[in-house]
Design a protein around this ligand. Structure first.
Ligand code: ADP
Length: 231
């Protein structure tokens, strides 16, 4: 599903060059649930941007869902993101002038799917995240946890093969965080998408089935996640 061969990303910062990622090689299989951890500045965001086709490596080869992101042109990358990718951020990025149903329908409407079909599929997804009775609520009428679940529904509505979540529980109280984690777990178990989470939380990392730890732009650990590590 995802293959990185000696991927490096350097940034030119004035006189010197910052090695954000250095010769990272990874294989991530279809429907794996992977947590990426490591201290601030270790290269997590850089890695996610590369896998999401939002950035290109300085060197190395990345293939996602059969497409070489290294050689794809901009139109192919846009098409890849629109079809294959769902993104969930710490700040939910929902549109405040729309209700939950409209927010979740939007990616489909932008793809040219009819209103009726988009809304039917959006209702299905709101059901999946346990928000059937919040469909007509506006963003400010939803709790943080409900907003994040709405954002997850939106990220999955077009059936992406890959879901990337950046600190998906970062802004939530512990009860909401637990609910969102449970939901991500369910998504992985139901094999709805390959899941990659970036997190600082040991608890979130333990929910995944594989843990990849970065330090100074390199993978220093890559092993099955240990649920007993929660503490
Ligand atoms: P993380 O997400 O783990 O905090 P990042 O991938 O954001 O780490 O950053 C990795 C390294 O690359 C850091 O040293 C950071 O300062 C540097 N970096 C990230 N983006 C840029 C950029 N646009 N220009 C210059 N340096 C950058």
């Amino acid at each position: 599903m995802i293959s990185l061969q000696k991927v490096s990303r350097y940034y030119e910062a004035g006189e010197r060059s910052v090695h954000a990622l250095e010769e990272v090689s990874l294989q991530i299989g279809r429907h794996e649930f992977v947590a990426v951890v490591g201290p601030s500045g270790c290269g997590k965001s850089t890695l996610m941007h590369l896998i999401a086709g939002l950035d290109r490596p300085t060197a190395g080869e990345i293939t996602v869902a059969g497409l070489s992101l290294t050689t794809a042109d901009d139109a192919q990358l846009t098409d890849f993101r629109r079809r294959q990718l769902g993104l969930v951020f710490q700040f939910f990025n929902l549109l405040p002038t729309m209700n939950a149903l409209e927010n979740v329908s939007l990616p489909l409407l932008l793809q040219g799917v009819s209103l009726a079909e988009s809304e039917a599929r959006a209702r299905e997804l709101l059901g999946l995240v346990g928000l059937t009775n919040r469909a007509t609520h506006f963003v400010h009428q939803l709790s943080g946890g409900e907003q994040q679940r709405t954002a997850i529904a939106r990220a999955l509505v077009h059936r992406p093969s890959l879901l990337i979540a950046d600190e998906p529980t970062g802004n939530l109280d512990s009860a909401s965080a637990e609910r969102v984690l449970g939901l991500l777990h369910e998504i992985a178990q139901e094999k709805l998408a390959t899941l990659i989470l970036v997190t600082h939380s040991a608890e979130v990392a333990a929910a995944a089935s594989r843990l990849i730890e970065l330090r100074d732009g390199k993978v220093i650990r890559d092993e099955p996640s240990d649920p007993r590590a929660v503490g």
